[in-house]
Design a binder for this molecule. Structure first.
Ligand code: NI
Length: 187
């Protein structure tokens, strides 16, 4: 249900703010299906990807998977803000992704999720991963991601398999509300 329609002043096209479903919606616990080959040549994937990105940015998220807008398909949007000396990653959509860890280094970091609003928790993730995927135009993508970039991709990839970050937590005592996170868990 697209109840809010925002118009990007830089674009002639209407941008749809999609509804983000929350934990409890069955689509978040389903295995998403691959995007069909014929979709790559149609405009619908480009339109959907644009809406996914604008919805992610509109909710101040760094990632948003198709199941989170009730589309059980294997694609997600993400971006990585630049910080300190690390360059960021522009908003990107990965379609039918496959990931595998590089090495065995795992590190814990804070995560939240637009489908579990207002909470943060410490989640272990592989520090470095290899990613293969398609662009919305169907072109193959191969990339290596590490640190926060790898974390975001692993979080979003999990959504395609019906997994949410709290499932990955080793110690539920780190789960906290955002206000308390800001007060007690940040410097
Ligand atoms: Ni999430």
């Amino acid at each position: 249900m697209n109840t809010n329609i925002n118009v990007d002043p830089t674009s002639q096209a209407a941008v749809h703010q999609l509804e983000v479903v929350r934990l409890g919606h069955p689509v978040l616990r389903s295995i998403a299906g691959p995007v069909p080959e014929e979709w790559f040549d149609s405009g619908r994937l480009v339109d959907f990807a644009r809406d996914l990105i604008s919805t992610m940015l509109g909710f101040d998220g760094v990632g948003l998977a198709a199941p989170q807008v009730a589309e059980p398909l294997r694609l997600f949007a993400y971006w990585v803000p630049s910080h300190d000396d690390a360059p960021g990653v522009e908003p990107t959509v990965l379609v039918n992704p496959e990931i595998r860890p590089i090495g065995d280094q795992v590190e814990e970091g804070w995560e939240g999720c637009l489908s579990i609003p207002g909470l943060r928790g410490l989640v272990p993730r592989h520090q470095r991963i290899k990613v293969k995927a398609r662009t919305v135009a169907g072109a193959p993508i191969s990339l290596t991601a590490d640190a926060f970039h790898a974390r975001v991709i692993q979080h979003e990839f999990d959504h395609l398999d019906g997994i949410v970050y709290v499932d990955r937590m080793n110690d539920m005592s780190s789960l906290m509300f955002l206000d308390e996170f800001m007060r007690y868990a940040t410097d």
